[in-house]
Design a protein around this ligand. Structure first.
Ligand code: NDP
Ligand code: 2IT
Length: 450
């Protein structure tokens, strides 16, 4: 089952994407999802077709692929592949994270970069779209190995970066530690303390308070806003979160603060369910400090917590926040969730729900918040970090968090209004795609044939 039907006027553009990017199924999926919303837009604004805006947006401005050689702790040379897809710079410097995970291929980075364009546009901030990463697997590697890898990666990438050119940040497998090593090498090669060239930096050396929390908090602000549309909130709700990384941990923190109860979270080995609600201090200790598997949480917590090798979506809850990775929630899981009483889904991860799952949720009347809207708080706070760096200032946690909250309210409003304007009330997928696309397309036309 596929949720997406592409308007005949856009079929040619989509077929060209398939032809020119063979085998890149995640990229195809991301493009199909956006083009699936644009039929009514090009009918109303035919100049987007005449100016070939969609074909232009389907082709990244620049794609960089490079070798990353490094030496492991036993003296063995290792070779990885590095990527940076500089997708669109019409709204600002390329902006988007770096992912270090063995599954990363060019098509993965392209799908993430494509999503990033519209997400960044939705924030209303001056940031273009890009994404990068490597098939390097950080699991089980020592700090020294991570450092040598990051140094080699940056030795190649630095020439493409700059605070006005391309500004990477974290994503899966890239957090504060990696950003530190990457920034150290950039500074060393360029002989410039150019803080705004990377975001997600440490607080002591140019980072922004609330950036670590921002994606998870922002997703929950967005989910709460969605619930508000039906006179409800997350207070008193059971919630299931997938993943137990950066996004998941701070989504759990904010849900708990707002009075919800997170029953379960996961990693790639399985999930823990804790009927007393996830104990955040223990989770942070296991995952952030010790970098252990999620099973350690259940082993140490005991009581009503247990580890299960399976899919976290088996745990019934009113609210679900997928915060791990793409296509982690499929149609079968969605059908079971609807049966089990799930009423709201907000995507903390990028493209975690398959098209079939999205269709199941939407047909069942489940409120569904797509990634490019729901998880935009991370990159928006990166843009706030860039603002602080540009003015050599640092803001309080409260101020930054309030700005984040306001940005998420605005994104929510933009999605709701755009969906209503086109006669699709409550369709956040449509609202996010169209509002994001329109901002990018109009800027592109203003800048000429680029
Ligand atoms: P982390 O590396 O901190 O955590 C990733 C989590 O997802 C881990 O629990 C990991 O489990 C799990 N996971 C990753 N890959 C897989 C897989 N193939 N199968 C099952 N589980 C998997 O990453 P983040 O929390 O930063 O990112 C999570 C998601 O949020 C990604 O989709 C990312 O693109 C998106 N995102 C991140 C933002 C940010 O600011 N960091 C901003 C917006 C979106 P394990 O440890 O077992 O691999
Ligand atoms: O997917 C995302 O939005 C991110 N990984 C964050 C990007 C950023 O530049 O902060």
């Amino acid at each position: 089952m596929s949720a997406t039907v592409i308007d005949p006027a856009l079929q040619h553009a989509y077929k060209e994407v398939l032809r020119r990017n063979p085998g890149e199924s995640e990229f195809h999926q991301a493009v199909e999802e956006v083009l699936g919303s644009l039929g009514p837009v090009v009918k109303r604004h035919p100049h987007y077709l005449a100016e070939r805006v969609i074909e232009r947006l389907c082709e990244p401005e620049r794609q960089i692929i490079f070798r990353v050689p490094w030496t492991d702790d036993v003296g063995q040379v290792q070779i990885n592949r590095g990527f940076r897809v500089e997708y669109s710079s019409v709204l600002g410097p390329y902006k988007g994270g770096l992912r270090f995970h063995p599954s990363v291929l060019l098509g993965t980075v392209k799908f993430l970069g494509f999503e990033q364009i519209f997400k960044n546009a939705l924030t209303g901030m001056p940031i273009g779209g890009g994404k990068g990463g490597s098939d390097f697997d950080p699991k089980g590697r020592s700090d020294a190995e991570i450092m040598r890898f990051c140094q080699s990666f940056m030795t190649e990438l630095y020439r493409h970066l700059g605070e006005y050119t391309d500004v990477p940040a974290g994503d899966i497998g890239v957090g504060g530690r990696e950003i530190g090593y990457l920034f150290g090498q950039y500074k060393r090669i360029t002989n410039r303390y150019e803080a705004g060239v990377l975001t997600g930096k440490g607080i002591a050396w140019g980072g922004s308070l609330a950036r670590t929390e921002a994606t998870g908090y922002g997703t929950v602000y967005f989910a709460n806003q969605m619930a508000g549309e039906v006179d409800d909130s997350l207070d008193g709700k059971d919630v299931v979160v997938s993943g137990s990384g950066n996004v998941a941990i701070y989504a759990i923190e904010k849900v708990t603060e707002l009075g919800g109860k997170v029953l379960a979270c996961s990693d790639s080995s399985g999930y823990v369910v804790d009927e007393d609600g996830i104990d955040l201090d223990l989770l942070k200790d296991v995952k952030e400090n010790r970098r252990e598997r999620i099973k350690a949480y259940a082993d140490e917590k005991g009581g009503r917590a247990r580890f299960v090798e399976g899919l976290v979506w088996d745990v019934p809850a009113k609210v679900a926040l997928p915060c791990a990775t793409q296509n982690e929630l499929d149609e079968d899981a969605a059908v079971a969730m609807v049966k089990n009483g799930t009423r709201l889904v907000a995507e903390g991860a990028n493209m975690p729900c398959t098209p079939g799952a999205v269709q199941v949720f939407q047909e069942a009347g489940v409120l569904f918040g797509p990634a490019k809207a729901a998880n935009a708080g991370g990159v928006a706070t990166s843009a706030l970090e860039m603002q602080q760096n540009a003015s050599r200032d640092s803001w309080s946690f409260e101020h930054t968090d309030e700005r984040l909250h306001e940005i998420m309210r605005n994104i929510h409003e933009r999605c709701v209004e755009t969906a209503e304007e086109y006669g699709r009330p409550g369709d956040y997928v449509f609202g996010a795609n169209v509002a994001g696309f329109t901002r990018v397309a109009d800027a592109m036309l203003a800048l000429g044939v680029i």
